[in-house]
Design a binder for this molecule. Sequence first.
Ligand SMILES: Cc1cc2nc3c(=O)[nH]c(=O)nc-3n(C[C@H](O)[C@H](O)[C@H](O)COP(=O)(O)OP(=O)(O)OC[C@H]3O[C@@H](n4cnc5c(N)ncnc54)[C@H](O)[C@@H]3O)c2cc1C
Ligand code: HEM
Length: 328
Amino acid sequence: MQLTDSSHDIVAATVSTVAAHAEEITRRFYADMFEARPDLLNVFNRANQANGEQQKTLAASIVAFGTWLVSTDEPDFAPVMSRIAHKHVSLGIRGRDYLIVQRYLLAAIGKVLGEAVTPAVAAAWDEVYWLFATALIAEEARLYALSGVDPEEPWQPYRVTGRVDETDDVFSLLLAPVDGTVPVYEPGQYISIAVDLPDGVRQPRQYTLSSAPGSDALRITVKRVRAEDGRPAGQVSSFLHEHAVPGAVFDVTKPAGDVTLAPGSGPLVLVSAGIGITPVAAYVDELARRQPERPVRVLHADRTQEEHPLRDEIAERLAGMADASARA
Ligand SMILES: Cc1cc2nc3c(=O)[nH]c(=O)nc-3n(C[C@H](O)[C@H](O)[C@H](O)COP(=O)(O)OP(=O)(O)OC[C@H]3O[C@@H](n4cnc5c(N)ncnc54)[C@H](O)[C@@H]3O)c2cc1C
Ligand code: HEM
């Protein structure tokens, strides 16, 4: 992946200016894009818009990529690319959506930086954008093909077939496809689930599959985000807490995510905190089934023992393994 020589010099000369204004650029970009395409509000996480999280992420990734393109000593960009591609695939982002983002992002760079954006500067950053975008589009196409997903129809209806309250604020849901069979997945992967909120906005969120594959339903374990310190209650987790009861149907995407167990048989230490236990629960389930002889240590931090989700289940699985232990 390489910029043309002329763009390389321009990006090297302007990357610090763009970095300094990146958050403002992304804020402007989102405002303009949502005004023109309000339907996209159903795709993006609106809490991230409100609390500024996505502003930081998109801005940071474009600047990081521009920096990577003009540096010789930056670390490999492939892991970042892979993480973004998995997230996009989990949300059903399509190749043609990149045209919309490009239009409003480049316009926002022009609006925020004003006269500094000569036609040559605009062309150089357009090149950065498309190098990033085409790499993502290619990787996303590969991931869609691997999981047999039609990017035009990524959502499938799933029925809640079981619910278990794990702690006061955490509950597990069993989700079975209304049609067809449970997809294959790797422990550590997540699905997106979309809910139609009372104000008419549809919102997707990601939840890690909290058990290994092998049953006729997918299990997710959700922490209800309560209102705290002036911040509102979490929209989707609260909605699921109230409405995800056996029989309810939700749209779900195929499992995605690249934080999976690497092949191997060496000792393993799994560290988590709070609801971050969910991938650990899936790894331990898988290890207990497939590698019960593998040395495994699980370290988990939580406020109290009562708030520690899936504690008994993980302890039980570890107890069946030859050399495993847990500390919480
Ligand atoms: C790959 C991945 C895997 C995940 N796995 C799990 C899992 O296994 N289990 C799990 O429970 N969660 C998991 N999550 C988190 C999950 O996707 C949701 O982010 C989480 O449930 C919160 O969503 P929500 O809609 O309830 O909260 P949101 O409505 O998205 O709110 C999120 C936060 O933003 C704050 N906020 C919202 N609006 C404002 C505002 N105007 N000003 C200030 N703050 C504001 C809220 O108070 C809250 O603290 C995962 C996330 C990812 C990306
Ligand atoms: C080169 C172009 C793009 C870049 C660099 C980019 C970058 C990113 C990054 C860094 C994340 C966060 C990943 C994570 O949390 O792990 C993300 C998430 C996301 N992206 Fe993109 N993206 C691009 C194009 C698009 C397009 C075309 C769309 C669809 C219109 C899109 C929609 C989303 C959505 C919905 C999320 C989830 C976060 C949220 O809802 O707030 N992105 N992207």
